[in-house]
Design a protein around this ligand. Structure first.
Ligand code: GAP
Length: 436
């Protein structure tokens, strides 16, 4: 589909998934707000990740760490150094700035076409700096975290003590991260404020390679399980010159975006780099002591690090389709039901007073079980299309026969099949059909 990206961006705006931030003031530099449907879908993305990474495992626990942190953290982690800086060049002719590694031709400005006009590259650190407290002095400097991962390393000893976990075990976190990206773009693919879903998995050092393989496979399959066609995904090992400053080996799960292959998630072998750095800088012991064997060691870390906001956009792109129903083109988001903002919509056939009380009774029964929409405006055909366009897996129509037979019709988004179901059996029937 030639205009897939444009279609999805338009749908997001038109239906309330994603709005440009501060739009009434002309927008604000690649920042976005998640609207009524976006907020539901983003929660579902997080929930699907949390379920597979935390709920369904007994070796992973959760954490929500602070976003603001002191410079000492980022000095030790290496993020204040050259490892977390991009090389920036400026065109002397049109004054635009570019990431040197993103240029197709290192001599030619992609904005104005001039050649030989770039300044010498300079390192540009990606962290957002701020001040805490009323005085903006050097000793009040703090940073907004550029990754959630450091929270897990800083709390490693706390979590060992409080949970009595032993390697292999992991700490999972979902939350916002901030990077002063030189070239944000492609909608929410690259933004300065974004959300990550990260696991730091601590293992005995010799088991690093085994768990790296394991997590590469698990994470690839997570996207497939949630409906992305495997041929649109690939696992790509990093070349040595792409590796992050902390990594001994990384593979990216990539998706074929309309603008080319792009990273969804990196699975990195962070070795014992972070724990050792923080132990040295803080003076605290960050190691595991096995009381049974008397063995003491610094665990190695395998890190599957995904982006929640980028992944949400990917699920939208993968789900967007157009087909023909009764001679008309319909837009349908073929989202996995676990990701769909609404699981079901209640559509009374008419707005007449006689039907409304029953329709609202059906709504109330469903609402305590599933995220449910209610729509009584316009023709039933148009209402079906509206639900298809936002990916609602099932519509329930309440008609005049329902008053007599106490039954309603369930209509399936994908097969368009319709079945009559007693109202008393509706919740069970929908639960069976939805993977919740
Ligand atoms: N702790 C490791 C780490 O942060 P990363 O590859 O820099 O690794 C992990 O980031 C994931 O976070 C990426 O695969 C991507 O999905 C997401 N991400 C990173 N920068 C982003 C940005 N500027 N906008 C949106 N998502 C981003």
């Amino acid at each position: 589909m030639a205009d897939l990206m444009e279609n999805v961006v338009n749908l997001c705006k038109r239906r309330g998934f994603i709005f440009p931030s501060a739009e009434i003031y002309g927008g604000f530099r690649s920042t976005y707000d998640y609207g009524p449907l976006g907020v539901l879908m983003l929660r579902n993305v997080r929930e699907a990740w949390w379920k597979s990474m935390v709920q369904c495992r007994d070796d992973v626990v959760g954490l929500e760490a602070a976003i603001l942190s002191p410079p000492a953290v980022w000095e030790a982690s290496g993020h204040l150094g050259a490892g977390f800086a991009d090389l920036l060049v400026e065109c002397r002719s049109c004054n635009t700035r570019h990431r040197q590694d993103h240029l197709d031709d290192p001599d030619k400005c992609p904005s104005c076409g001039s050649t030989g006009t770039f300044t010498e590259p300079r390192a540009f650190n990606l962290m957002f700096k701020t001040h805490v407290g009323p005085v903006a002095s050097e000793d009040a400097v703090a940073y907004l975290r550029p990754e959630t991962a450091q929270g897990m390393f800083l709390n490693f000893a706390n979590i060992l003590q409080t949970t009595r976990k032993k390697p292999p075990f992991g700490i999972a976190q979902i939350g916002k991260s901030f990077r002063n990206e030189i070239t944000p773009g492609n909608f929410v693919f690259r933004t300065r404020e974004f959300e990550q879903m990260e696991l730091e998995y601590f293992v005995p050092p010799d088991d690093g390679p085994k768990w790296y393989e394991y997590w590469c496979e698990q994470r690839f399959n997570w996207y497939v399980d949630l409906g992305i066609a495997p041929e649109k995904l690939r696992l790509r090992p990093h070349d040595a010159d792409e590796l992050s400053h902390y990594s001994a080996g990384t593979s990216d799960v990539e998706f074929e975006f309309p603008f080319g292959w792009g990273e969804l998630e990196g699975i990195a072998q962070r070795t014992d780099y972070d724990l050792k750095q923080h132990a040295a800088a803080s003076g605290e012991k960050l190691e595991y002591f096995d009381q049974a064997t008397g063995e003491r060691y610094v665990p190695f870390v395998i890190e599957p690090a995904a982006g929640a906001t980028r992944t949400m956009m990917t699920f939208l792109l993968a789900a967007y389709s157009e087909d023909e129903v009764e001679g008309e083109t319909r837009t349908v988001l073929r989202l996995d039901p676990r990701l769909a903002p609404y699981k079901v919509a209640v559509l009374p056939l008419s707005k007449k007073d006689t039907l409304t009380p029953l329709a609202r009774e059906v709504l109330a029964r469903l609402q305590s079980n599933f995220m449910t929409d209610y729509d009584e405006t316009q023709s039933i055909g148009r209402r079906y299309r509206r639900q298809d366009e936002i990916g609602t897996p099932f519509c329930v129509t309440v008609d005049f026969d329902s008053l007599e037979d106490k039954a309603v019709t369930i209509r399936d988004r994908d097969s368009l099949e319709q079945v009559r179901v007693p109202i008393d059996a509706l919740v069970t029937e929908l639960r069976d059909r939805l993977t919740v």
